[in-house]
Design a binder for this molecule. Structure first.
Ligand SMILES: *Cc1c(COP(=O)(O)O)cnc(C)c1O
Length: 415
């Protein structure tokens, strides 16, 4: 059994240990295991934003646009190596939802004989909503794969959903609920064999799982920068389009930032070459700058080291779960094999909501709850320590043993 001293020893030997100091971590604050929802603030971001706001916005005003105008492309180029993409295959702007809508709409326009979109019933809600809305708007159809919500989408289930009418399959690489990793290469290959395009949502894997979009032969991808990339609340999302597809797809939303000659103020719309055509309106300069600082920090640490720590810490959490939580009636909603896991564990308990509220109010742990029964405990390797993981599991076990969390149930004495 792993003791607290073992966890402390792992922290002392952690090659990423020095990165914790690169984040703003309030003294005496709670253990933060919600970095898969909103990553912590890097110190460099605070300083970079202060300079941007005071010197550039405050001092130079419109003159500074000269340096801001190509931030979506430049931040995309910095992110590209973390995705296994080339610099000109990634652009950062707008939200994941908006980027997904734009790319899926472009596919429907480019392949008019293929009106069916496919996703997984367990996919993140916004992905399902965006695709359902698009299908309704364009007279298409959304087909849902009813896979195993813990194991995530499997090749056979995807193959069974495909036919000649399918234009696009959209799935998450890491499932937001279970953290199950999908097989990028095998699923992309089966989608291609049926003549459709594959779009990966990388929101829950980017910055914590090495990704090789080129090796997988992926066509399209989107994802957030505010989770494991620590880009800040509402920081803009990225979109990826493989180079040979870029001229074949057109952004259905025509705006001046996507124009071939933005400042010519021409009468008609002409799409810009490359990925610039997927921009629409004025870019979120503050958010892009924060996203860039978060990306640089992960790139500096290196994804192999980040993944190694993520697996070691979630592996330790899994062993502690077996020792301490399974005997107390907690279920496991995450695949066990390391190669099948992202960076959080889903713990299942019928009173998960009360447990998450107790953890926050009395246990000194921020985790999150996804109805009806899922507690998510995430390791964000640049700042989460092994000791924090140990303490969080122990807090949860204590609550279950004492029953103290019961007062935090809906309708209980504390809400
Ligand atoms: C977090 C997340 C999103 C969020 O989308 P936004 O439009 O950027 O808010 C989308 N998809 C997945 C799979 C996510 O995990």
């Amino acid at each position: 059994m792993t003791t607290r001293a073992d966890a402390q020893a792992l922290d002392r030997a952690d090659p990423l240990g020095e990165f914790r100091d690169r984040f703003v971590i309030p003294e005496g604050g709670p253990i933060y295991l919600d970095g898969n929802s909103l990553g912590r603030l890097p110190r460099a971001t605070a300083e970079t934003l202060r300079r941007l706001v005071e010197d550039d916005w405050g001092g130079r005003l419109v003159e500074a646009w000269e340096e801001w105008i190509d931030l979506p492309q430049r931040v995309g180029a910095r992110l590209a190596p973390l995705l296994g993409a080339a610099a000109d295959e990634v652009i950062v702007a707008d939200s994941t939802s908006a980027n997904l809508h734009r790319l899926a709409g472009a596919v429907l326009d480019a392949y008019p004989d293929r009106r069916t979109l496919v996703t997984d019933a367990a996919n993140f809600p916004t992905d399902r909503y965006v695709l359902a809305g698009l299908a309704a708007e364009r007279g298409g159809e959304l087909r849902l794969i009813d896979g195993d919500p813990v194991a995530g989408p499997q090749v056979e289930a995807v193959a069974a959903a495909l036919d000649d009418g399918v234009g696009l399959v959209c799935l998450s690489h890491a499932a937001y609920r279970s953290a199950a990793l999908a097989d990028l290469g095998a699923i992309t290959a089966v989608v291609h064999a049926h003549g459709a395009l594959m779009l990966w949502d990388l929101s829950h894997s980017v910055g914590v799982v090495p990704i090789d979009l080129a090796a997988a032969g992926a066509d399209l991808a989107v994802g957030c920068t505010y989770k494991y990339l620590n880009g800040g609340p509402g920081s803009p999302a990225f979109l990826y389009v493989r180079r040979d597809l870029q001229e074949r797809l057109r952004n259905p939303l025509w705006g001046w930032f996507g124009h071939a000659d933005q400042f010519a103020f021409e009468a008609g719309f002409r799409p810009a070459p490359g990925l610039t055509r997927f921009l629409v309106g004025s870019i979120p300069v503050l958010g892009l700058t924060a996203a860039g600082a978060g990306i640089d920090l992960v790139a500096e640490a290196g994804l192999p080291a980040v993944r190694a720590k993520s697996l070691a810490a979630t592996g330790m959490m899994l062993a502690l779960y077996d020792d301490r939580l399974a005997p107390l009636g907690v279920g496991l909603g995450t695949p066990r094999p390391a190669e099948r896991r992202g960076s959080h564990l889903a713990l299942l308990h019928p009173e998960g909501l009360a447990l998450s509220r107790w953890l926050r109010a009395e246990g000194g742990v921020v985790a999150d709850f996804r109805p009806p029964d899922t507690l998510r405990l995430a390791v964000s390797p640049l700042y989460t320590t092994y000791t924090e993981v140990w303490d969080a599991v122990e807090a949860l076990a204590t609550a279950l043993e004492s029953g103290a969390y019961r007062g935090y149930a809906p309708g209980g004495r504390v809400t």
